[in-house]
Ligand binder design. Structure first.
Ligand SMILES: [Mg+2]
Length: 375
């Protein structure tokens, strides 16, 4: 479905949650979601054609790309087509999932404000002489990118055992009460998880050293290494898969390319050891950690590394993860579809902004239901 809209002197395109094309021939200063007026779209003939191209059947989900082009400037928005759209004048694309007759698409990855500014600066100057070309086309899902800890591998429970052994060893050696050390270690760990994108800062060695320093202890390198070994030793013993992982991966692998993108554990070997022990290698086309990509989530660098390495288009990927803020926020921005699997510690996160989450599930096998909707 192709059409164009024209510019206007009041064109701002600064709305934070929506964007809109309109057939109307005027624009007031309040219309900050409008990307252009005078849309030369004929809904009577163009919509049925689009629906055919989307192969739309009842209760099926269709992802679309809305390509924008003005001169040499281009941008794209990815969203889900709303089959209940039937307005005669306006096409609204929203980041939320609010649906009314004006909603052409929902759960978009961008609002008017997040589009390239170059597109609109010139359109505002040129007014009705400037044209913004719009091309709406279907997107096919081909790849699924999984997080590892608490998505594929059960982590929260094992981690408790590991941290308990670590705190026990620290207590024996330095006489620091277990609960006090444990509290400090958690605090430091969460600080690094949320505030750094440098994989080297994800090392248990660093977290242990910093925790001990808080109790005025300066451990030697050998002492730190021994504590790191105690921590990981328990992991090897306790580690197990989340429920329904293997049958789900087996099924998904028949139609999709599967990947793991996980953050560092302070060295790739700690993750490789677990992946191998759980027998996961045969199901994945590639297993990358931030030791390979050189950037922790939610940095776009790690995701872009994977996309580039395997020549994938972001919009053709689904990202699945338990920690919405790190696993899903950036993928959504890049144009991927997102699935929040509510497992482990981060699965209980109450501060999540639902605009960047397309689907919520409690069990990995629900990914099969989701991909079916796209098929
Ligand atoms: Mg995780």
């Amino acid at each position: 479905m192709k059409f164009h809209v024209t510019g206007h002197e009041n064109l701002k395109a600064t709305h934070k949650s929506t964007l809109e094309f309109t057939k109307e021939d005027f624009l007031t200063k309040r219309g900050d979601c409008i990307l252009g007026i005078n849309a030369n779209v004929d809904f009577e003939t163009d919509l049925p054609k689009l629906k055919k191209a989307l192969d739309l059947r009842v209760r099926k989900l269709r992802k679309i790309e809305i390509k924008l082009k003005h001169g040499s400037h281009k941008d794209s928005v990815f969203a889900y087509y709303h089959s209940g759209f039937k307005h005669k004048e306006a096409m609204v694309i929203r980041k939320s999932d609010f649906l009314d007759s004006r909603t052409f698409a929902y759960k978009a990855n961008k609002s008017a404000k997040e589009l390239k500014r170059e597109l609109f600066e010139d359109l505002q100057k040129k007014g009705e002489k400037g044209k913004l070309h719009v091309d709406v086309s279907p997107v096919k899902i081909k790849n699924i990118i999984f997080d590892f800890d608490d998505t594929i591998e059960e982590w929260t429970e094992s981690q408790k055992h590991m941290e308990d052994d670590l705190a026990e060893a620290v207590h024996k050696r330095y006489k620091i009460p277990k609960t006090k050390f444990f509290k400090k270690f958690k605090e430091i760990m969460h600080h690094y998880i949320l505030h750094t994108r440098n994989p080297k800062k994800y090392g248990r060695g660093l977290w242990i050293r910093e925790s001990l320093r808080d109790f005025d202890i300066e451990p030697t390198r050998k002492e730190v290494n021994e504590l790191v070994e105690i921590y990981w030793k328990k992991c090897n013993y306790f580690i197990r898969l989340e429920k329904h992982v293997i049958p789900t991966l087996k099924k998904l692998k028949e139609k999709y390319n599967l990947f793991i993108l996980s953050d560092s554990d302070g060295g790739k070997q700690y993750k490789t050891m677990r992946v191998h022990k759980l027998g996961l290698e045969p199901y994945f086309k590639d297993i990358l950690t931030s030791d390979d990509t050189k950037a922790n989530k939610p940095s776009p660098d790690g995701f872009n590394f994977l996309l580039k390495k395997h020549k994938l288009k972001a919009q053709e990927c689904i990202a699945v993860g338990d920690h919405a803020q790190t696993d899903l926020y950036t993928p959504k921005k890049l144009g991927m579809s997102t699935v929040w699997i509510k497992q482990g510690h981060w699965g209980q996160d109450k501060s999540v902004d639902y605009n960047y989450i397309d689907f919520e599930i409690n069990d990995i096998k629900s990914v099969l239901t989701i991909v079916k909707k796209f098929e």
